[in-house]
Design a protein around this ligand. Sequence first.
Ligand code: ADP
Ligand code: MG
Length: 469
Amino acid sequence: MSFDQAEKLLSKDNLSHEYKFKWDSVKSELKNEFKSIIWNSWVGPLSFLNYCDSELTILTTSELIKNRIERQYYDQIFLQSKKYFADLNKIKFLVNENNEKNFSDKNNSQNHLVKKKKYDDYDVISFVSGVSKSLNKSYTFENFVVGESNDLAFYSAKKVVQKFSSNYNPLFLYGGVGLGKTHLLNSIAWEIQKDSKRKFIYMSAERFMYQFIKSIKFKETITFKEQFRSADVFMIDDLQFIGGKESTQQEFFHLFNDLIDMKKQIIITADKSPNDILDIDLKLKSRLSGGLVVDILPTDNLLRTKIIKKKLMEKNSFLESEIIKFLADKITNNVRELEGAINKIIAYSDLMKINLDLNKVQELLVDFLRTNIKVTSIQDIQFHVSKYFNINFSDLCSKSRSRFISRPRQIAMYLSKELTEFSYPDIGKLFGGKDHTTVIHAVNKIKNLYLIDKKIKKDIENLTLTLKS
Ligand code: ADP
Ligand code: MG
């Protein structure tokens, strides 16, 4: 790609400024992570080109830098970037040809020699590095509040740390979003880290997939396997993400069997039980259920109250019991939202230096309260969406691909996912027997448009308001 082409790409993208800004933040974090010699030669010269479809495109100044970055520093860069580009899947590095050309013109054949030498000199590529950096310091057993809905998960997590038993292998923890799965997995990792003799690998399924693909790309699948097999404990978060990814699943399945045979401990989390994860091979399902499968249920009022009190204590803050009760009654979706709500009101009262009353709390939490009331009927959503866009109710369930119909249909699917408890397949069925992938596509599409398209944002807000009132 020439520099001109690159510039064109840049100006086309309205969001570019924002993305570029994010990339600058990624870089300033990376700067702290690398030694200055590495920073100056390899990472510092990277520049932002484009972000689109979950793919970040970064310009390098030479082929040499590109290769080095891809082989040795990709993971670290990816980890940091993911913090700012939440739905990031991949980083692509392109050589800025103008630069490369100047460089090789000046150095001509000698340059190739240098390139060749460095290229052969690589350290062993790591597929399991950067693990402890992704652990959250406050996700420990001490900070986990136990109640009826999560006690089995909590005690089995503690148990696997203490003692290996095939009855708990694998330990499979599952439950809805924001209910503490990652927190428990981190807690296990922290405990294991105290004992230096045991080696663990902790990673999200997404990352596992990425590492696997990387190993294929670099023809290093054997190293990949060996590195994973060398761990005593293997933890994998959000397993549902390997659903539908055939080759990654196969690889995971083999690795899983190897580790179990070698009597290594495996701990897995997912949003659903092994049987309910979509598009997972039957053999794998049955192996996943072979140890202990434990669910984390939605919180009850008592647990929410305990969690609120604990969080207040951690923050050295105080709230009237009336407000605590209000929060426990109203913010019921999950613990993450509950934490968000607490943070918001504490920040407000700290900044304004006032004691909050219930009215003020209600006002502050209007967004939280809105998402915590669930409308139950998809028909309701379809009815209001078709009325709003002035199309027929039946069109929403038809196969029509006309933009006039398909966009409102996508919006209705999106709202169904946001406002009801129905799963993707269920929603698909209720929209005239559509495949779940169609629903996932629609939901993601609208999520993205919501961020960049003012009209769609307004439509969704209007509709949400109508549906909630
Ligand atoms: P999940 O992985 O299930 O989506 P997380 O583990 O990320 O959820 O939890 C979301 C947030 O809620 C985290 O900040 C976590 O510390 C907090 N949290 C969840 N359950 C509890 C609990 N029982 N006690 C204390 N904090 C909790
Ligand atoms: Mg999680």
